[in-house]
Design a protein around this ligand. Sequence first.
Ligand code: F0G
Length: 459
Amino acid sequence: MNDNLHQLRCFGCGVRIRGDQAGSIFRCADCGDLFEVEYPGWDLAGSGGRANTDRPNAGALKWLWRERRASSELLDHSGVWRFRELLPILDSFGHAVTLREGNTPLYHLPRAAKALGVDQLYAKHQGMNPTGSFKDTGMTAALSVAKERGFEWVACASTGNTSAAMAAYAARAGLKSLVLIPQGKIAWGKLSQAMDYGAVTCQLNADFDGCLRVLLTIVQQAPIYLLNSVNPYRLEGQKTPALEIAEYFDWSVPEHILIPGGNLANSSAIGKGFREMKALGLISRLPKISVIQAEGANPLVRSFRANDGEKLEPVQANTRATAIRIGNPASWRKAARVIHETGGWCLDVSEAEIAVSKAELGREGIGCEPASAVTLAGLKKLVAEGKIVPSDTVVLLLTGHTLKDADYTIDFHRGSLLEPGEAEPHLNEIAGLRRDAIEVEATPDAVLKALKGIQSRWV
Ligand code: F0G
């Protein structure tokens, strides 16, 4: 049976092509913009073509997806492929390459909720995926397409998480993988993963944007399948956390979702997930989706300030949240559309705000990597500005696992992460959160004495 019901639509000029006509860099031949996957059988926006016999029935889907939770089929154990009716991108779902991604926890954050005066605050932790980041949900989708189309090699440029995910899924599928990363600018945990999973890893003397430029030339010269998020199939997998969130809330939706912004595919994907659910009648309204960037890597924020997200000037990116150290984001138009259509905001947060928020999440027992913590920092600002009110339900999307970048955490607690000028506005918060390891003599008395001394200082 052919499960494949999709086509690609150019986000810029609207031209529609078959999936296998996209070319190696996934840019429209007419206008150069990115593609989006669409399903003509759903006939959502009068996309024309066939009669809408393939349009899924919302009630039947909800029932089916719930039933699959008790299923023993491998595909149903994936939090991506459990929703496969909403991503019919393969000729056969039997070709899906899965590591049981998705099904990530939605944690309540009572302490942060209380501190901010927001009743219902949750963290959807995408760092709890098999390779420790949200990239797994996209990789299972796009790498399965690569495998089905007969590619032997796959490749990506990465700030680390995409490469870890790609290398793992390629290894599962028996494909070879090439990783281009900015030298010295990715966290060790991520680099180690690419090596562990057997990727050919090249460290280039360039930033992420430079690595991607090099890769785009390579894939036009060699039969290598590009797995960066310009590949629209990635977004089909990455939209499924939106479905998980809606299902968790019994198909009502939270008022707000806050998402870190780097190359801006994830916010685009989550927005697409909610948009499609609404069009199919699975939910009745959209959440406000806001994108949070680091101050030093904030091209979309600048674009919204300057021209309401109509034009984007690339920036020279710099932030310790290396996952989102991206100055020329590929999917910015898609993300801008999501912000506009949902009524969300685009804002940036400082290095100290990120560090404090990450430590606060840690104190709730929820570790995450620095890029994820921009969401809590952004929430504080939106609450302070009255854009999020106490009765709102808020979901922060945490994108990566805390062990991805242990150096960052240790530097924070040792007091060596931030420059004095950066830390200055947050000295009290930082003092309350820091937990440096202390050296103590190997006797019970010495440990108890240390404990006494500390109790008076630590809150
Ligand atoms: N959070 C983490 C942990 C990430 O790794 C990334 C992106 C983002 C947020 C931003 O998501 O790019 O879709 O806006 N990491 C990429 C990588 C670029 O190569 O791993 P985005």
